[in-house]
Structures are given as C-alpha cells and as structure tokens.
Design a protein. Structure first.
Length: 259
C-alpha cells in the first residue's frame, strides 16, 4: 500500500488555504504506520522548499523526500532558457529566480501556469507566439482552477485550446504527466517501495486533471469532493476512472478501492 496525495482541495482548502477536516490526521496516520506516500502538488506560485515548509507550518508532518511539485521536475521538460511565462505574477517571479529569461517577442517556449484572469489578449499572445515557433509547455494540466469560490479554466483546458488553435503539440511538467508520476514513484522507491504504479492509490479533487491519467497507469483512484469537484454528478462522464468517491480525505479510512 502507498499513496500519492494532492494538496489544493485535498489537504488544504482552496479559499483560506487551511487544512481540510481529517487531512492532518491522515498524514499522521501514514507516518505512524510507516506507509510510503508522496504529496504531489501542482504548486506554481511558491518555490518548492518554501511551499513544503508552509504545509508543515500548517500542522502537517511531511518529511523531506515525501514532496514533489512541478518546479522540481521542470528541467526534465523545459530545455531552453528564453521563455515567455503566462500565469500569476508569483509564478513569473519564481521562473526568473530559477534562471529563465523572459522574452516577450521571440521565446523558444511559452510556459503556462494557473491564473484566474487570463483574457482574450493573453490567449492571442499565446497563439501568435506558438505560430511563430515557440513550444508549448504547461506546468500542469489541471482541468479547473478553483479561486475565490469560482471555477476557472485550468491549464489543461488552455493547453487543449492552444493545440486546437495552432495544431501544435504541448508538453506537461506536473500532473497528470507520466514523467511527473514517474518522478513521484522514484520517491516511493527511496522509501523502500517497489516500482509499481498498480500498488499506488492516488487521492485528488481533480478527476480529469489528475485521476484519469493516473488510472491509465494502473493506479487506484479516490476522488474527494472538497475542492474543484463538489458533486459526484459532475464527473459521471469519467466515473469508470474512479475507484471511490468520498466527501473529504478524512472519510478515506476504511475505503476499499475496486481491484
């Protein structure tokens, strides 16, 4: 038994960024039982160590080697330095700190992260740069971006729109890319766990952006209704990819996924 555990909407709520009921206790139980797990987040606004520390300051006890976000896998996907970042200002700032140069006119790649107020001009800029030869890189491929009690198009939705508009393919750094899940599996292996996706259960609030891709790799999937998805009826079209649906992570104790 082992777990991949999402953060936003699963461990912490999307509004106040506070622990969801039962979340701290769930992590504590895994630590006590020495059950392998990796907290896998699509965080793109705060440097990796800073966000890891933030979670622990909230009361979680997540050891080093049990945490992974897209910044930690970025160099495996993004092989150029001249880029145009599209996302919240915090994301742009972190990318600059990581050594990526912002080139608004002739970037080798556009790199997209979550932002609630992308507008038509932003999308036009993305399209024009891609048609000019820039590669498309998504920091993740979330279906929905939950912010301020509303649900905006996620990066995954934007990536598909750009691909449809330009005919260009795109790469994804974080969830649900196989590369990212493989990096997480390596962290499980370092905890003494074997290289086998079929023995992993993933917990997330994003059925489309996280769980479908995980299911395709053989993982067991649990959807929590404490974040992006709020009613089971919203995901009936992907129900075959869900092994269990629960209200929140505190309800998972005793849940048995279908084999």
């Amino acid at each position: 038994m082992s777990y991949f555990i999402d953060v936003q909407g699963t461990l912490i709520d999307d509004v106040q960024k506070k622990p969801i009921k039962g979340a701290i206790e769930f992590i504590d139980a895994l630590n006590r039982a020495n059950i392998p797990y990796v907290v896998i987040t699509n965080n793109t606004k705060i440097p990796s160590q800073e966000f890891h520390d933030f979670l622990n300051h909230l009361g979680f006890s997540i050891p080093q080697g049990h945490y992974l976000d897209p910044f930690m896998a970025l160099e495996k996907v993004l092989h150029v330095k001249a880029i145009r970042s599209f996302g919240a200002q915090e994301f742009v700032d972190v990318m600059e700190k990581l050594g990526y140069e912002q080139d608004a006119k002739n970037p080798e790649a556009i790199v997209i992260a979550s932002k609630k107020d992308f507008d038509a001009n932003d999308y036009a800029s993305m399209i024009e740069l891609v048609l000019g030869g820039a590669k498309i890189v998504g920091m993740h491929a979330t279906s929905i971006y939950a912010k301020d009690k509303r649900r905006f198009p996620g990066v995954g939705a934007i990536l598909q729109m750009l691909s449809y508009a330009t005919g260009a393919e795109y790469s994804v750094v974080g969830k649900p890319s196989t590369l990212f899940y493989t990096e997480a599996l390596k962290l499980l292996e370092a905890q003494g766990f074997t290289k086998d996706f079929e023995a992993v259960t993933i917990i997330s609030d994003d059925a489309i952006g996280d769980l479908i891709g995980a299911k395709a790799l053989g993982m067991k999937t649990i959807l929590v209704l404490s974040g992006k998805c709020q009613r089971e009826e919203e995901v009936l079209h992907v129900k075959e990819s869900l092994d269990a649906v629960v209200a929140d992570i505190g309800q998972i104790k005793g849940v048995t996924c279908k084999q």
